[in-house]
Design a protein around this ligand. Structure first.
Ligand SMILES: [Zn+2]
Length: 296
């Protein structure tokens, strides 16, 4: 629709900008009706959110829940981007987190350590460059100039490794499995959005400024060619199951598409239950796959 914008438009000085083609897939864990992951696209902004599942029997101080949280956070990210398309992704994420605080409607205890939270993986096509943001364990796989790299935020993983050591120090026989688990969840919650802990989108907008961010060129030899935004339920294809490496994952997405990757993960979960982590038999899984081709 006219009038043309800089996004995807022809620049007479440098030729037409390459087009960003986006495909995505998201599925709840088998047997579950609720998907606490969310994928979205608002024009040049794409994202994956992975809401933290509340362990059964744990209080959150919130009447809403993870699915509500990710839907509202995505909507508020869309509004922030519409209002300030050239602001930094961190600023718009902080604005979105702040707006969702208000969306709770004053009925929830937002200082509760179990308040709903979500990982965030964002990519924004700015025409001349691409901005990205990774907060918590939803990695971003990039092909820039034919080199494949992965952007991760491993602070949750570090905190969890610490936690496993802490739990291991609970005297054997001194605590049953349920008590140990309760203790572990308590310690993890204490570390959320704290220095020396890990950072995640929840009720504190400051978390946005602790995200891993970067910018990539859209043109030239180091231009971004492909990008995959993954929830950990999908990155498990490489990290837990070793079905392929990161380059192989991008190739699989290029050839077979995001749905095929999720199918491969479900097969692997069935075939290798021993390789699952965090005692989760299976998880919601999501992929947003971007290809930066020549102008259409
Ligand atoms: Zn709430």
């Amino acid at each position: 629709m006219p009038p043309p914008t800089t996004y995807g438009s022809a620049d007479p000085a440098r030729g037409p900008a390459p087009v960003m083609r986006v495909r995505s897939a998201s599925a709840p864990a088998p047997g579950r009706l609720v998907n606490e992951d969310l994928v979205f696209r608002f024009g040049p902004l794409v994202g994956v959110l992975d809401g933290a599942t509340v362990p059964e029997g744990f209080d959150t101080g919130c009447v809403h829940g993870p699915e509500w949280y990710v839907r509202h956070l995505a909507a508020r990210l869309g509004v922030a981007e519409a209002a300030r398309p050239s602001a930094r992704l961190t600023s718009n994420l902080a604005a979105a987190i702040l707006a969702v605080r208000a969306d709770h409607g004053g009925r929830c205890d937002l200082d509760h350590p179990g308040t709903p939270s979500s990982t965030v993986c964002l990519l924004r096509d700015c025409g001349d460059q691409v901005d990205y943001l990774v907060l918590c364990d939803s990695p971003l796989v990039l092909d820039t100039g034919g080199q494949v790299t992965v952007v991760t935020d491993d602070r949750l993983e570090t905190a969890m490794a610490d936690l496993r050591r802490t739990v291991a120090t609970v005297p054997a026989g001194g605590a049953d499995r349920a008590t140990r688990f309760r203790h572990a969840v308590g310690v993890q919650r204490e570390r959320m959005n704290r220095t020396h802990g890990y950072w995640v989108a929840a009720a504190d907008p400051d978390a946005a400024f602790h995200a891993v961010t970067g910018t990539l060129p859209r043109r030239g030899p180091a231009a971004v060619r492909r990008a995959a935004l993954l929830s950990d339920g999908a990155s498990s294809a490489v990290e837990q199951f070793g079905l392929t490496d990161w380059a192989g994952l991008l190739d699989m997405l290029s050839v077979d598409g995001p749905g095929a990757l999720l199918d491969r993960v479900r097969e692997a979960e069935r075939d290798h239950p021993d390789r699952l982590r965090r005692h989760k038999p299976t998880d919601d899984a999501s992929v947003v796959f971007c290809e930066f081709g020549p102008a259409a």
